[in-house]
Design a protein around this ligand. Sequence first.
Ligand SMILES: *Cc1c(COP(=O)(O)O)cnc(C)c1O
Length: 374
Amino acid sequence: MTTDSRVLDARYFMPAFGRTLKIVRGAGSRVWDDQGREYIDCVAGIAVCSTGHCHPAVVEAICNQASQLIHCSNLYYVPGQAELAERLVEITGLSKAFFSNSGAEANEGAIKLARVRTGRKKFVAFVHGFHGRTCGSLAVTHKPAIREPFEPLSPACTFTDYGDLDALAEAVDKDTAGIFIEPIQGEAGVLIPPADFLRGVRDICDDTGALMIVDEVQTGMGRTGKWLGIQHTDVTPDIVTLAKGLASGFPIGALVAREGLEFERSEHGSTFAGGPLACAAALATIDVIAEALPDVPAKGERFIKGLSRHNPRGRGLLIGMSVGDRCPEVQQACAEAGVLVNCAADGNLRLIPPLVITDEEIDTTIDVVNAALG
Ligand SMILES: *Cc1c(COP(=O)(O)O)cnc(C)c1O
């Protein structure tokens, strides 16, 4: 069995991912591989499984909805869709929502919305920023290694240093439709901007009429200890995008925009987006997160304290540490000791566990990571 699926993968699946483990089951913050080995999962589907694996309330919501209606088309009112839009408007303090199937597609939607409502074409984004791998979202993603092989890409985008407001002010002009920004850069390895940077970005947007598009795909849905990463500041964005933690692993993305920014009839759409199963999973997920959220800051602090000799950075349960070239080895040593962690860009070890991780699991993780780091 085991060998078979690895052989099949090598033979039939394009080798775009480097993999070793095969995970076959999950419950709470634990997963099991095909050898029956147990792990504490501090990858969580890359910040997706925030309610833990197979949370009973999420499983029940998906199963109930699956027995009623799996799909119907956005030509009709979709069960759960308006209710989910209402929850996202409450969470973000913005005005209206629109759904997609992924984070990249949510950002595609934001690109379209910004262009169509401002009448402007260009974007500005940040060095080390990540917004997805579809052509549009890739165009506003910085990492040359993943972007350059696919150029020319549209929209035109200028990248400035994350944290440098002077460079940003220089780059934004009257043709700039929007600025794409992560409140904390996740894929880059958990890079936290200087205090007041996000306020400065808002001010530049207000001065120029560019829209502030805050990509909360990784930082959103409670990951940092508040519903949104931007909510650690007093800044109100024009558009927020969400995906990863939104439905416990059922694919969905969303964009939420302020009053006056909305798609008109036929300007945007999608066959699967915001379907009944995705909405049911998201609604159940939001209830579980609401319950877990008050404890997220203390859990994050427990990690930071326990890992302090390695200078961890983070907010809530989005935690990174610079470990350099040996990151893959450390990742491997942690897995062998029963903890899954992952290497984000530039030798940054990243921990993004379920928001429901217990203190005991955190302490075990700390011991394993400290031992692996030596
Ligand atoms: C993961 C991620 C994306 C892309 O989401 P997909 O669902 O993989 O398309 C976009 N932005 C940020 C900040 C992300 O972390």
